[in-house]
Design a protein around this ligand. Sequence first.
Ligand code: PRP
Ligand code: URA
Length: 262
Amino acid sequence: MLRCRRSSPPVRPRLGLISSRIDRPPTEPSVPEKHSASSDLPAVSTTSHPIPPTLHISRHPAVLHKLAVLRDVATEPKKFREVVRELSWLLGYEALADARVRPLEVRTPLETMTGHELADRIGLIPILRAGLGMVDAMLELMPTAQVWHLGLFRDERTLRPVEYYNRLPDSATVDLCLILDPMLATGGSATAAIEVLKRWGAVRIKLVNLIAAPEGVEAVTTAHPDVEIHCAALDRQLNAVGYILPGLGDAGDRQFGTGRSD
Ligand code: PRP
Ligand code: URA
């Protein structure tokens, strides 16, 4: 059960719009769309920061609903893990929408036709620890994907990423890399991961996050404007110790039950 109180009438998201790249004519100022309670679209973001064209914020009703469950402080680790998995599937589905396919001859019981098979070799790069919870769902979606783990944690004092695990082979073995990490906060971890992958030889890289902060989006898009970001929400801001507001707390601790109990 969600604890959120419903304060406005239900809103009906636009049907058929799975991923919302906020496309605008070049002359229009880059501001997020605002939706009032009377509009038929839910707000995609709780910030007034500009939304760059490489940022895709999902508006799928299932994503919106599950995200509220995930944010709820009363959601226990078991349910939290389940919802991380479900959201990852939905965001992964959107992020992989432009993966390349090639024609393939298929014999149905009735005749032969031209179908398609995946042409891109997909690499999933979960950032340890919290990104681990996103892997299984993505593998369901793309069973042939390769999984390359990267271990990065954020130094609590400096907020800078520290790399502690990387077993990537000498050169890139995939065409399209999806970096999996529930949280994009300062963007330090994501930027470090992208740099590791680019040094590896990766050409096409996307980030899949559950929640992004404007600070993190700006850091990534400034350093790597070629990297697209798929997320379920763009939140308001970071707090003084680098946590996303309103956010969901510590994604690793909430998945693995390691938060402080006091
Ligand atoms: C969290 C999160 C990201 C990072 C985001 O990991 O999963 O990797 O912080 O913050 P940033 O954008 O400021 O770099 P954390 O360092 O808590 O490690 P964990 O996954 O092991 O808990
Ligand atoms: N890492 C998290 O797990 N949560 C935040 O809000 C920021 C970084």
